[in-house]
Design a protein around this ligand. Structure first.
Ligand code: SF4
Ligand code: SF4
Length: 62
């Protein structure tokens, strides 16, 4: 199982990742992207590909 991790120091709050995610995993809170529904993440990688700041990575978990 993998989940996205957002580097809030790099995140500009642009919202592109929120729009890119078709599983409603991400949201913008106080101008930063956060993971609001981790279990729904399909590990598709779309948010990472779309982020202009490369602020998202996926980590693997057991
Ligand atoms: S696309 Fe990247 S910079 Fe934009 S809100 Fe998402 S994590 Fe932040
Ligand atoms: S990897 Fe896919 S499903 Fe998971 S948060 Fe990113 S866009 Fe959404």
């Amino acid at each position: 199982m993998s989940r996205p991790i957002i580097d809030i120091d790099e995140c500009t709050g642009c919202g592109i990742c929120v729009d890119a995610c078709t599983h409603d995993v991400l949201d913008i809170v106080q101008d930063k992207a956060i993971v609001i529904n981790e279990d729904a993440c399909a590990a598709c990688g779309d948010c990472m590909e779309e982020c202009p700041m490369a602020a998202i990575v996926e980590i693997e978990e057991e």
